[in-house]
Design a protein around this ligand. Sequence first.
Ligand code: GAL
Length: 412
Amino acid sequence: MMKKTMMAAALVLGATSAIAEPQAEVLHWWTSGGEAKAVQVLMDEFAGRGGVWTDMPVAGGGGDAAMTALRARVLSGNAPTAVQLVGPNIQEWYEEGVLANINDVAIAGNWDALLPEAVANHMKCDGEYCAAPVNVHRINWIWGNAQVLADAGIEMPATWAEFNAAAEKLQGMGITPLAHGGQAWQDATVFEAVAMGIGGADFYRAAFMELDEAALTSDTMIAVFDQLRTLRGFVDDDFPGRDWNLATAMVMNGEAAFQIMGDWAKGEFMAAGLEPGTDFLCAPTPGGGFLYNVDSFAFFAVDGEDKIAGQNLLAELTMGQNFQEVFNLNKGSIPARLDVLLDSFDYCARRSSYDMNVASGNGSLLPSYAHDMALRGAQAGAITDTVTAFFNSDMPSQDAVTALALAIKNSM
Ligand code: GAL
């Protein structure tokens, strides 16, 4: 059960009494150059409204280390005020009875009218807001070094066959075709983009949302692992353990031609002063579809007017027009708020917004499993463990498919 009365009381208090100095200790994993620049926007706005922000960044792309740190804090009875949380993790913490309720802030801010229904639903626990959305990230992007591709006479690939042909040509020229970081979540990010591209939305939904055994053990899934095996042949030998933003840097400096990664990668290109369309290119991964995740702040039940005032202020600012625009300009994602104009955003962002609307219309707008939007932790972990074991071995695709179905069964 979420703590409600405290919130309503604090909301009233916030309006009348100046004694509650808003305080927030914020746990997140936005530590790369572009991400740090983006979260600074919220820190400045919070301070501008008299808030005191205690930053708790936990390095490690994808957030696994941050989630480990969070669990330790909650178990020790000292939860942070606010936490970057994604997808069903929010509801999983709610079921443990440790989340605060921000529904009053959401009603005052008219969030239901400002958010796509799918995004609003991800932010609710038992029908009431328990998290504030920050953005919409598209996961299935491919990024390219414009000069390297121009010199090689290569267009951004629209099919996996085109990608493989381009990659072989680049390899022949001594250029690493695919910059990749050998971490399980990065392997999973590439895997789900391949699955969406080869199998399509219905296949993706059946396999990674409904965990349908027929889809999981299908010839389509074998074809997905076959393509992942092919991609394994296009990365450099030093990929194991590499952080995602260092792989992005390989594309920036021309060491590699492509990277498959969510649009937080664009935040890195932009933070380095590079121009989309000129220095680097963006395109949906071959086969298309739109896989998304939504970063959000969830608020843990804490005591003290100052902390509750901090949560109210943070929730309000997170859904504020200025933050939604400036944060996302830096972060590489697009605003969650529907009424933020994209005039100041680049063509990749406008493409993301356009594709999201098209995908929403034709049923191919789907939550990322690799980034914790589609499944609960145990099932998502079972898939990712199988995928990374496959990527880092010479396991045949048929064995991977069998292992995948078994791992999911065992995770139930
Ligand atoms: C995702 C998160 C993004 C970005 C990425 C890389 O899970 O939603 O905001 O931080 O990890 O760390």
